[in-house]
Design a protein around this ligand. Structure first.
Ligand SMILES: [Zn+2]
Length: 358
């Protein structure tokens, strides 16, 4: 099978130097595994960390990629719920399934968990023609969800659903701030908050305001402007007047981190929640603690999510209530170009990587 492989790191981000399309042996399923053709795969920032070799020295040689969707072509002897011909999407969170956290329903807190295609290997990820995963790490797709839609959703809809529904316990009618609404998680964050009939204020860089509104955001704010937080506050007052509630944000959805962190805290209502799944601008954020104790603020962290949460997100995609936003599509041969594009951040939604002819 054709696979995108690297055998050394590229700390200088020169991906073209290390990424090669190689022909490898087709995988055979282990007793608990399924093998599926990769019809579509999607990029995540983890892929860049992997190629840099920091902060995690991923196993070499490496096949990157955590999101893949396709058709099951073989199943191991112990597989119970998946059969040949099923359409599936990957669930990237590879937890041990037997520890206290796992058996408590918190597979995302498993200390032995790894992310498929990032920490797994050597040569075990999504950017290949035939992927293999334990049965528990795939979710079935209904015919309404295309391979491209599913691949572009996998890890990002899981993360966004877990942040808003699993961790922050979103409720209808809340005023929700989606920071970085143009990223993969952000585009799903907007749609999930609208599924809950919330008033949604989404932020992004300039030139993306119309796209935020098209996704269902009620208000769009350019977060590169110095006064972005004042604009969010002004909008929250407008919403408060409409709903007869106090101004401010009930639930803030963050993955931007350092540059916008403390300003977000100033926007929260009393007893509000900020849920974070990342820090793309840096982790060394300043926190004015008065905004935490005085307002009774809940700060929640979130990473990955459960298989059941992915199923819920995929269910709503099948019902046409949530869709993936796809920025662009590249072939395996163009893998370096695709990752360089992701590094620039010049995109709206997900970048797909597909085998020739898929
Ligand atoms: Zn575990």
């Amino acid at each position: 099978m054709k696979s995108v492989v690297y055998r050394e790191y590229a700390p200088d981000d020169n991906y073209a130097k290390i990424l090669k399309v190689e022909d490898l042996d087709d995988p055979k399923p282990k007793p608990d595994e399924v093998v599926f053709t990769v019809k579509s795969a999607a990029l995540n920032y983890n892929d860049i960390w992997g190629m840099r070799g920091v902060p995690v020295a991923v196993p070499l040689p490496h096949i990157s990629g955590s999101d893949a969707a396709g058709d099951v072509v073989a199943v191991g002897e112990n597989v119970k719920n998946i059969k040949v011909g099923d359409r599936v999407v990957s669930h990237t969170n590879m937890a041990c399934r037997v520890c206290q956290a796992c058996t408590d329903g918190r597979e995302f807190d498993c200390t032995r968990r790894t992310i498929w295609g990032f920490q797994t290997g050597p040569l075990w990820g999504a950017y290949c023609e035939l992927a293999h995963l334990p049965e528990v790490n795939v979710v079935k797709l209904s015919d309404e969800v295309s391979y491209d839609q599913a691949a572009a959703a996998s890890m990002t809809i899981l993360t966004a659903w877990h942040m808003l529904v699993g961790r922050a316990k979103i409720t209808p009618g809340q005023t929700v701030l989606i920071m970085g609404g143009g990223s993969g998680v952000g585009t799903f964050g907007i749609q999930i908050a609208k599924l809950y009939n919330c008033d949604v204020i989404a932020t992004a860089g300039p030139g993306k305001m119309d796209k935020l509104l098209e996704l269902g955001a009620d208000y769009a704010v350019n977060h590169r402007e110095d006064g972005w937080h004042k604009e969010v506050w002004r909008i929250s007052k407008e919403i408060a007047k409409k709903n007869g509630t106090a101004p401010g944000i009930d639930l803030s959805f963050d993955h931007i981190g350092e540059t916008h962190w403390n300003k977000q805290l100033t926007l929260l209502k009393y007893g509000a929640t900020l849920v974070s799944c990342g820090a793309t601008t840096g982790y060394n954020a300043m926190t004015d603690l008065r905004h935490i104790f005085f307002k009774g603020t809940n700060i929640l962290g979130a990473t990955q999510g459960t298989r059941a949460e992915l199923e819920q997100g995929i269910y709503w995609m099948g019902r046409g209530k949530i869709k993936s936003v796809i920025d662009s599509t590249f072939t395996f041969e163009q893998a370096a170009e695709a990752h360089t594009k992701m590094l620039t951040g010049d995109m709206f939604g997900k970048i797909l990587l597909k085998p020739e002819g898929a």
